[in-house]
Design a protein around this ligand. Structure first.
Ligand code: UFG
Length: 331
């Protein structure tokens, strides 16, 4: 019999690709999402969709009583770094309170497995690059801190009630379905690659590069971009790992190669053949200099093998989506 997996936040950018990957790998899929930032159109109709908020324990209990859920994939946190600096309580409320309600409902219904979208932002400004899984955690923005709190909550909940978890600390999720059928659509958009492509297609005149005085080779921030489908596949490996009886764990997920903001713009110029005007603007709040993953444990223990291993291919998938859906899911 198929296992039923609930994706909390399955209408979001990462969640909707997760749903698709689960369906492709023959899981039965349930989505819970309050559509605060996600799109119903992004959810494959083969998944059963419940509209509601995961801070609402009653809503979760109703879904859990109706569905025979083996595991939950938690992807419904708020995740915009500068917004979290401006409005930290919004982040602690949605992310931390949401996690507590979810774990309470899982405990009550005896659901034993949780895969959690954590983040590289948990590390802050790392002392060492690439960052190993066990590097010190010292977030420099409320978003990263909220996710670190959620990781700690899961640890104690595992010890007390036996809910097993894998936290996957993503670096920069990027790209889209290769055929351009699904992709990134945030309002407002804050992420680099979609904004670069908006500039390429003429929806904005100039890209603003937020600071060129960081402690990096060209002065702009360095990030580790990892394709969304490779991330989704890692969740399924993590699920299988837990169901096989392995202990809870935390893994970094990145490509292990860093690209500066300027290098991303260059890559996008090559992919699109467009000029992409860019100018240097003031620094944005909460940006660490460099975030690059050491994902060797995920590769070794989970058997994770990212298929997108160069930035050109990742940007190409995002460009295909952008050309087919210049206004995202409204097209
Ligand atoms: N940037 C620009 N101009 C823009 C947009 C972004 O210069 O118009 C820069 C940012 O300052 C940053 C880099 O591009 O240096 C990447 O920014 P993103 O907003 O795309 O991504 P972040 O690194 O801020 O954050 C993302 C996720 C987080 C996650 C983090 C981990 O949104 O959830 O990656 O690396 F924690």
């Amino acid at each position: 019999m198929k296992q039923t997996v609930m994706v909390a936040g399955g209408a979001g950018y990462i969640g909707s690709h997760m749903v698709q990957q689960l369906l492709d790998e023959d899981y039965d899929v349930v989505v819970a999402d309050n559509l605060s930032t996600g799109h119903q159109k992004a959810i494959n109709p083969a998944a059963r969709f419940y509209e509601g908020d995961t801070r609402d324990k009653q809503f979760l209990q109703q879904v859990f009583q109706k569905e025979d859920i083996t595991a939950v994939i938690h992807m419904d946190a708020f995740s915009i770094v500068p917004e979290s600096v401006k409005d930290p309580l919004k982040y602690f409320d949605n992310n931390v309170i949401g996690m507590i309600a979810l774990l309470e409902a899982m405990r009550d219904q005896d659901i034993k497995y949780l895969i959690f979208s954590s983040t590289a932002a948990a590390f802050g400004n790392p002392q060492k690059t690439p960052i190993p899984d066990d590097a010190p955690k010292d977030p420099i923005n409320p978003y990263g801190d909220s996710k670190l709190m959620m990781e700690k909550i899961m640890k104690w909940v595992d010890q007390a009630y036996g809910i097993k978890y894998v936290a996957l600390r993503y670096f920069n999720a990027a790209g889209a379905m290769a055929d351009g059928s699904m992709g990134e659509d945030h309002t407002p958009e804050t992420h680099l690659i979609p904004i670069v492509l908006k500039t390429a297609i003429g929806q904005q005149a100039t890209l603003q590069i937020y600071g060129d005085d960081y402690n990096t080779p060209d002065g702009t921030n360095v990030r580790d971009y990892v394709h969304i489908l490779d991330l989704a596949k890692a969740h399924i490996l993590a699920l299988k790992y837990l169901i096989a009886g392995n202990p809870s764990d935390i893994f970094n997920l990145g490509s292990s190669t860093g690209f500066s903001v300027k290098e991303i713009v260059e890559a996008a110029r090559k992919v699109t053949g467009k000029e992409i005007p860019a100018k240097i603007a003031p620094r944005r709040d909460g940006d660490p200099d460099i975030l690059v993953a050491d994902s060797s444990r995920a590769r070794k223990i989970l058997g994770w093998q990212p298929q997108y291993d160069n930035i050109h291919d990742i940007v190409q998938t995002a460009w295909t989506w952008k050309q087919k859906h210049p206004n995202g899911y409204n097209d």
